[in-house]
Design a protein around this ligand. Structure first.
Ligand code: FAD
Length: 577
């Protein structure tokens, strides 16, 4: 009989990016025992890759900035389907999270007077992004990691969760395996915080690392949680295009923030045709479509992108403000960006949708399950503003940690579950190894899925193509039970991929189905078979949950009206326009 270890904590946090680490700090501050599980090493995660900065209305550079304007910018960019309460909390609390990070040791770039410096970014009315050169995520994760390790939280590295466990309708732990040895671990916990990040790896060209397979959103969905805005995937306007091996690697929006200009093969600054007021600093959905359209219409660069020029900063300026970009292009493409322009094209970057949560506590629709960071949905609506993710992680990571702690302190429920449930799950996870390589390759399924999503769910979509994509994904779903891998449990990447493809297929199906339902053009959801936004859908979120037959259920849910103080801000903004 398969043996497994048992570990017990008050709060189990799945994910060690910014959201998970911030949640851990909050929960330990309440005196609770906390376990943090990460499928990679501590200090990795997408958070470490963040470059441009963290948005917060500090008003250090532009004193007129305020939480009100940050709220409005976030709502406008999200095309008003955002959860307005999350947008309000985020705008009000992100300055405190920046100062807290500074107190805990983060070294931000400074203004000449010594204040935390703030750079402009697309869609932000004022200069708002606190940053550390173009290595902001590295500084954030370094600081949060030290802070979390100074607590009593126990970290389980290279440990992958495969299932959330429930007792009496509540989430009471998770089953995981260690990637090195394939040993199973039963984590018992009174509450679980999901902080597993996004799912950019459902596309072939993406800025995301191998970790972005969306495990947490499917684990939550399987446990009965509601998801929201799943059709909304962000395409970042500027990924590398050349050489082919690095296609999709991010070129930070910080480049445009520092004055970078976009030009087509005719040398024209074409953003004047798409957003003459904001030009290169328009929102990501608009700039991504502009770059795509220029290439589609035959005005692309040599390798199928457009040109992004930052040469005006000169070598010294670039090394001060964008050193990573300089090294990235020099090392990977042998291009000196202080002398020649970069070639860029849209790349899949971020997932606006995710687990639907209560804005105050981050609790999902399943008791005992909390979610924060990129895996959660609602704050960003139809399009995220650059810089609003790092602030999201800390604002809602903190709230999730506190929400989970509060829930644990108020409840006395049992964390026991039937042993048979664990054994069945262990059997399911081991299945691909037991078939001894005599079946479907998980790599092939992953590859076919990424190609299908590129073709059918890209930044311009239409009903027929989405439907065709859905057919392809459902065919892959049928092949999943036959997935098999050779080798043993020891250091076996094929076995890990066999777990990942289940998530990739499920998420892709959900995205295609919800993209078929939202029949309009709104933010990242750009349906070519509709002319523009649909007024009625402007008040609707699509909520996804698993129905009784285990299929994807989609419900149209009306967005509740804003309270008066927020509605007034929207009215004032409209009057300004
Ligand atoms: P992540 O940092 O992705 O962490 C997820 C964690 O979950 C990891 O520890 C992972 O190992 C773990 N995990 C996943 N699945 C499992 C599982 N099954 N079992 C156990 N553990 C699991 N945003 C900004 O605001 N500003 C920027 O300048 C910026 N730049 C970016 C640049 C790049 C290249 C990228 C990719 C993103 C950028 N973003 C930026 C977005 C931002 O970095 C991410 O949205 C954010 O870091 C996500 O943080 P998170 O804590 O939610 O998840």
């Amino acid at each position: 009989r398969e043996r497994y270890e048992v570990r017990e904590h008050d709060v189990l946090i799945i994910g060690a990016g910014g959201a998970g680490l911030r949640a851990a700090v909050s929960a330990t501050q309440r005196g609770l025992s906390v376990g943090i599980v990460t499928k990679s090493l501590l200090g990795k995660a997408h958070t470490v890759m963040a470059e441009g900065g963290m948005a917060a209305a500090l008003g250090n550079v532009d004193p007129d900035d305020s939480w009100r304007q940050h709220f409005m910018d976030t709502m406008k960019s999200g095309k008003f389907i955002n959860n307005w309460r999350m947008a309000e909390i985020h705008a009000k609390e992100s300055p405190d999270r920046v100062y807290e990070l500074e107190q805990w040791g983060a070294l931000f770039n400074r203004t000449p007077e010594g204040k935390i410096s703030q750079r402009p970014f697309g869609g932000h009315t004022y200069r708002r992004l606190a940053h550390v050169g173009d290595r902001t995520g590295l500084e954030l994760i370094r600081t949060m990691q030290e802070k979390a390790l100074a607590t009593d939280a126990k970290v389980y590295m290279e440990t992958t969760v495969t299932k959330l466990l429930k007792n009496n309708g509540r989430v009471v732990g998770a089953l995981a395996y260690t990637r090195e040895s394939g040993k199973f671990v039963h984590f018992k916990a009174k509450a679980v915080v999901m902080a597993t990040g996004g799912w950019g790896r459902i596309f072939k060209v993406t800025s995301n690392s191998w970790e972005g397979t969306g495990d947490g959103v499917v684990l939550s969905y399987d446990a009965g949680a509601d998801l929201v805005d799943m059709e909304m995937m962000q395409f970042h306007p500027t990924g590398m295009v050349w050489p082919p091996g690095v296609r999709g690697l991010l070129v930070t929006e910080g480049v445009r923030g520092e004055g970078g200009l976009l030009r087509n093969s005719e040398g024209k600054r074409y953003m004047e045709n798409y957003d003459p007021q904001k030009m290169e600093l328009s929102t990501r959905d608009v700039v991504a479509r502009a770059n795509y359209t220029e290439v589609q219409e035959g005005r692309g660069s040599e390798h199928g992108g457009v040109y992004l020029d930052i040469t005006h900063l000169g070598y010294e300026g670039i090394m001060k403000k964008l050193p990573t970009m300089y090294e990235q292009f020099k090392n990977l493409a042998d291009i000196d960006i202080s002398r020649e322009p970069m070639e860029v094209f849209p790349t899949v970057h971020y997932t606006m949708g995710g687990v639907k949560v209560d804005p105050e506590t981050c609790e999902s629709s399943v008791p005992g399950l909390f979610a924060a960071g990129e895996v959660a949905g609602g704050l960003h609506g139809a399009n995220r503003l650059g810089g609003n993710s790092l602030s999201d992680l800390l604002v809602f990571g903190r709230r999730a940690g506190e929400g989970a702690a509060e829930y644990v302190q108020q409840s006395t429920h049992s964390t026991e579950i039937e042993e048979q449930e664990l054994l069945t799950e262990i059997g399911r996870v081991l299945e691909p190894l037991e078939k001894r390589g005599d079946g479907e390759s998980p790599y092939l399924i992953q590859q076919e899925l990424q190609v299908a999503m590129m073709e059918h769910a890209n930044l311009m979509r239409d009903g027929d193509s989405l439907q065709e994509g859905l057919g392809k994904i459902l065919a892959l779903k049928d092949r999943l039970p036959r997935v098999s891998v050779p080798g043993s449990r020891l250091f076996n990447p094929g076995w890990h991929t066999a777990q990942d493809v289940r998530y990739l297929v499920q998420i892709s199906e959900i995205i295609l189905r919800t993209a078929l339902e939202r029949k309009e053009r709104r933010g990242a959801q750009w349906r070519l078979d509709y002319d523009g936004p649909d007024e009625e859908l402007g008040g609707i979120n699509f909520i996804v949950s698993k129905d009784e037959q285990g299929e994807v259920g989609i419900e149209r849910r009306e967005i509740p009206p804003m309270p008066e103080h927020l509605a007034k801000l929207v009215e004032e903004e409209k009057a300004k326009a």
